[in-house]
Design a protein around this ligand. Structure first.
Ligand SMILES: Nc1ncnc2c1ncn2[C@@H]1O[C@H](COP(=O)(O)OP(=O)(O)OP(=O)(O)O)[C@@H](O)[C@H]1O
Ligand SMILES: [Mg+2]
Length: 318
């Protein structure tokens, strides 16, 4: 449904006193992966590893530095991200929707919930008419566990978890095929996190959604994902079906992530922060060759491991 081929996004480094002209931030570097229809693909990795940049590329809020992204919709039409005209850009954006981390900032406090939900149509190539839009808004309120009467209230009247439900409803109003959830539960209490994750799982069934679920918390990603991709410093270092990765890890960074997570079964009862894995987390230092970064070995069906960073961590590739 979505395919990334050698996708990179480099940013010029802010001009500082010592900055070289050609200095770059390698936010995403040579990532290749495929997302199948109906699956939940989890992207996990520490802060700054390139998860949000990947998500922004997928909704074309950013242009690719290199590589290609393809999206194939339900009707079998294919869109190439490097060559989208305005019309196909709108069609991609109404089909591939992005739910942001912070509902407090992404919901305009002056709007009623009704207007928030209807603002989702901004990304749609076509307005369905007032009556139908109102019907959709009411239906979605119930689906995300809110009351229809609340359509006339404003974001400030709701809790963090409820606001995240509103953001999810807004994203679904164009009936997208793909939902990208970027740290949608990170700002919430652990007890509320579980409710929102279960809601997403339920909506996936009802709406036949394909999801890309981004989080730095492995327990959260492991709970919802069918497959998991581990990112480290802009590179996809390991990818596997979720149960497979729970059984066996090959890349040293993945092993490290799991070690930082003491009890997986006890997922709603712990707070873990992941310290820097390598000696240097400077995003402008990129010590592996592009050949390493692109080379992934398949160690078992669907389980791929990158050669990138394995040697610098003193470990041979799997
Ligand atoms: N517009 C930009 N200009 C320059 N550098 C950027 C820009 N956006 C992101 N970066 C850099 O790219 C790298 C990846 O950032 P990104 O936001 O994708 O990480 P992330 O994995 O989502 O992190 P977090 O878990 O903190 O959300 C970081 O080093 C970040 O500072
Ligand atoms: Mg992010």
């Amino acid at each position: 449904m979505i395919e990334l081929q050698n996708v990179s996004k480099h940013y010029p480094l802010e001009a500082g006193f010592f900055a070289r002209q050609d200095a770059r931030v390698y936010a995403v570097n040579g990532v290749s992966l495929r997302i199948e229809p109906g699956e939940i693909y989890g992207l996990v990795g520490e802060s700054g590893c390139g998860k949000t940049t990947t998500a922004r590329l997928l909704v074309r809020m950013e242009h690719l530095t290199a590589g290609e992204i393809r999206f194939r919709n339900r009707d079998g039409e294919e869109f190439l991200y490097s060559r989208l005209d305005r019309r196909s850009l709108r069609r991609v954006r109404s089909n591939v929707r992005y739910v942001f981390q912070d509902p407090a900032r992404s919901l305009n406090p002056r709007l009623t919930i009704r207007d928030v939900l209807l603002s989702g149509y901004r990304y749609s190539p076509r307005w369905p008419g007032t009556a139908q839009a109102e019907g959709e808004a009411r239906r979605l309120m119930q689906e995300v566990g809110l009351r229809v009467e609340d359509l006339d209230r404003r974001p400030a009247d709701f809790s963090g978890g409820q606001r995240q439900r509103i953001s999810i409803a807004r994203s679904l109003i164009t009936r997208p095929e793909v939902l990208i959830c970027d740290e949608v539960v990170s700002a919430l209490d652990v007890s509320i996190q579980g409710q929102i994750l279960n809601l997403l799982l339920q909506l996936r069934e009802e709406h036949k959604l394909t999801m890309i679920f981004i989080a730095h918390d492995l327990a959260v990603v492991g709970y919802v994902s069918d497959r998991i991709g581990v990112m480290y410093r802009g590179v996809l270092v390991e990818e596997a079906p979720a149960p497979d990765l729970l059984r066996q890890r090959h890349h040293p960074y993945t092993r490290y992530l799991f070690e930082a997570l003491p009890v997986l079964g006890d997922r709603w009862n712990r707070q873990v922060s992941v310290p820097a894995f390598a000696e240097s987390a400077d995003p402008t230092v990129f010590p592996v060759s592009s050949a390493d970064q692109l080379m992934m070995t398949e160690v078992s069906p669907g389980h791929r491991v990158s050669a990138a960073f394995t040697r610098s961590a003193g470990v041979e590739p799997a």
